[in-house]
Design a protein around this ligand. Sequence first.
Ligand code: A3P
Length: 298
Amino acid sequence: MESLQTPEILDYRNENGQGWSFYKHDGVLRAFHTTPEADMEMIRNVQKIELRDDDVFIAAYPKCGTHWLWEIVTMLRAGNSEYNKKSKDIAMLGKPKFQRADELPSPRVLNSHLYFRQLPEKLVEKRIKTIFIMRNPKDVSVSYFNHAKGLKGIYNFDGTYSEYLDLFLEGKVPGGGYADYVKDWQKVKQDNPDLPILTLFYENLKKDPVKNIKTVAEFIGESVTDELCEQIADACSFKKLKVADAEVKEDLVHPTDMIYRKGEVGDWKNWITVAQNERFDDVIDRNLEGTGIVFTYE
Ligand code: A3P
């Protein structure tokens, strides 16, 4: 039974006041924009969502390419390379912008940064096709820092990258620890062999979008032509998606520049010092030991 006690607030801020307040939800560190109670209520509602057999679900830690993949899957589902006028946020579990799930037309491309145990209970039972995308943690940290800093009104963070990095490496950022999230999905895979999960890497999608789009199409059961995959790869290139985001979307939650910032592999080299890089490797190696996950950094 869920505890009715008021959750403990954990205030992780540095001496400059940069950082966040968290509470623990089922072992997961959660930053909250409202109150822990409202956040828990939101998660309870997400868990109760009815799923449909033809739903596709995208799981990603923040800044791993969720928007990009959502556009790709949405086009594959539609069978064309036209931009959807809605943004992925209408189908994002755990976001205030999320429309009532039952009002979203099929086929739905649901997506979320929530942990597996916070997601709809029917995910496994209905064997919902799930795509899990990862990105190298150094680029994630840079992308996330810029996101948080750019959306000051939401994230309330005004520190330097260095200050952000200290928090990121300790998992004290909204979304919790990157390694924890990634390891959790590995465990989900092991514990739920009946749940169809396709794992993708941002860097591979960037290197060979057509090949990866074909893999996604096959996984979600769409028989598509090579030509369509090429068209989707082109329409979803960083440059084109950025323009489309600004010009086509009717319901933008964040300014386009916040989401479509640089879209490259290896931007971390412009941000991370040699000493920070050593510390980064050390922490990541330790936290991901035994997982067999190998990231591409350039
Ligand atoms: P950067 O901040 O490094 O540019 P998310 O959608 O999960 O919030 O991830 C956002 C990151 O994905 C941003 O990274 C963004 O630029 C990148 N991205 C979005 N579309 C992309 C595309 N078509 N190609 C490459 N990167 C893309």
